[in-house]
Design a protein around this ligand. Structure first.
Ligand SMILES: O=C(O)[C@H]1O[C@H](OP(=O)(O)OP(=O)(O)OC[C@H]2O[C@@H](n3ccc(=O)[nH]c3=O)[C@H](O)[C@@H]2O)[C@H](O)[C@@H](O)[C@@H]1O
Length: 439
């Protein structure tokens, strides 16, 4: 029974008792019809007014019109003060530096990459729609962090072509680091539309604007280890098949790789896809297992630990955020220029895909043991069969291509990386708790 079923019936309050109306004459009926007509006219005018008042203007984020994005605000942009902020944030401060548009800048990887670029003197402008797929206060805290570093995040959606065009008018970006996406493997069963909206429509919207830009930027973007899907050949190499995705999330990332091929082929856009392997670390994503395991272990809640058929090990090639950031910067630094301009291809352009993993898969049960040691709390383990909702049993990256071409060399093992995560987690949430107590 839903709680609505418990709503008390209050006939005395809500039921109209006919006897309470003393008038039944013809004149009064005429009066009441006139009153009804006036009333409904007002309602009609009111509805029209509300409709026009609330419909988004061309300068607001289209995300607000799409409930699947769950963007919390209608952003507004434009105007001299806003343009000045955009320009200042994107200004290059080192010799041979880049000006980079980072989409998904308030996200986990986006925040780390933005601050690393800014630190070395590149110009960085962020773009993020601040949707509420997970706690937006964490995204706002990351935004505050970047603001202190001099990175401005424009609030808007990658599907907002007018906004993207405006950004390229204001700044001739040399590079785009495209990290905005609907992440998470299992959530795709709950909200498939949001994956299509961000990972496919959003990516195309961005590429359409990039291809028209003069100069065209070079684009580095986040694909995913999940594209290997049901591939059983390990370690996963870029040459392996990726045509058996196990989740819609994986399918949209795979689609992204094909879309990248098309825009490279037709328009001469330089495109580099990075297949991230289960990235973790400080300022991470609360929807990921290492993050909510930490929370639940501390709260004494049991944690679901997946295992394969016949108690088979479920393992991931967990990769620490600082290593991923180095891989992203390596990809930007080695990206060649796009060859087209104003929507026309002038010659062949670079098209690349790299694995960015750690090359040492760790069973999820070991991850939990490390967390128990770091948190000094025993986990309540609830071992269960890997549900059929998109998860694969095992990931393992072959990173020799990224090593050769990008100089990528991960140096952080899971024990060390989780130690840094736990330190951040305890600090961040104890500070947040103190703030809440003070309110
Ligand atoms: O590598 C990637 O490309 C992907 O990595 C993660 O996906 P996933 O590896 O599934 O990361 P988690 O959701 O944190 O799961 C980690 C491990 O914990 C396991 N798990 C997850 C949830 C749970 O309740 N119990 C459990 O045992 C999963 O099966 C998996 O083996 C990210 O969520 C994706 O956005 C990303 O694209």
């Amino acid at each position: 029974m839903s709680h609505l079923d418990h709503t008390p019936s209050t006939p005395g309050k809500f039921k109209m008792d006919k006897s309470a109306y003393p008038y039944h004459g013809g004149r009064l009926r005429w009066h009441s019809s006139l009153a009804k007509l006036t009333f409904w006219s007002f309602v009609f005018i009111g509805v029209i007014f509300i409709f026009f008042y609330r419909s988004p203007s061309s300068s607001s984020s289209s995300s607000a019109a799409d409930p699947s994005r769950r963007s919390l605000r209608t952003s507004s942009w434009g105007g001299p003060a806003w343009e000045k902020k955009v320009r200042t944030s994107a200004r290059i401060r080192s010799r041979n530096g880049f000006s980079v548009l980072v989409t998904g800048a308030a996200g986990f990887v986006g925040t780390h990459v933005s601050s690393a670029l800014k630190r070395r003197g590149d110009g960085v402008l962020g773009l993020d729609n601040f949707n509420d797929y997970y706690d937006p206060t964490l995204k706002r805290a990351r935004q505050a962090l970047l603001e202190r570093a001099g990175v401005f995040i424009v609030e808007g959606d990658i599907n907002d072509a007018a906004l993207l065009k405006k950004l390229f008018e204001v700044v001739p970006f040399t590079h785009v680091m495209h990290l905005a996406a609907q992440a998470g493997v299992r959530y795709a069963m709950q909200n498939p539309g949001s994956y299509v909206h961000s990972n496919i429509a959003g990516f195309v919207s961005l590429l359409e604007v990039c291809k028209e830009a003069t100069p065209q930027p070079a684009i580095v973007w986040a694909s995913s280890s999940s594209v290997y899907g049901l591939n059983t050949k390990v370690p996963f190499s870029e040459k392996d098949r990726t045509d058996q995705p196990a989740s819609l999330y994986a399918a949209t990332k795979k689609a992204g790789e094909e879309i990248a091929h098309t825009y490279n082929h037709i328009y001469g856009l330089s495109l580099t896809g990075l297949r991230f392997f289960t990235v973790y670390g400080p300022w991470g994503r609360p929807d990921m297992a290492y993050f909510f395991f930490t929370k639940d272990i501390l709260n004494g809640k049991s944690i679901p630990i997946f295992e394969g058929e016949n108690h088979g090990t479920v393992a991931r090639d967990f990769t620490y955020i600082d290593d991923i950031v180095k891989g992203c910067l390596g990809a930007l630094d080695t990206a060649q220029k796009s060859t087209g301009s104003g929507g026309k291809k002038k010659g062949p352009a670079q098209l690349r895909v790299f694995n960015l993993g750690n090359t040492s898969p760790i069973p999820v049960t070991n991850l939990v043991t490390i967390l128990e040691r770091l948190l000094k709390v025993k986990a309540k383990r609830n071992v269960m069969k890997l549900p059929r909702n998109g998860d694969v049993q095992f990931t393992h990256a072959n990173i020799s291509l990224a090593h050769r071409e990008l100089g990528y060399k991960p140096t952080t093992n899971l024990q060390t990386g989780l130690k840094k995560f736990v330190r951040w987690y305890l600090n961040y949430y104890s500070a947040a708790g103190k703030k809440a107590d003070a309110r």
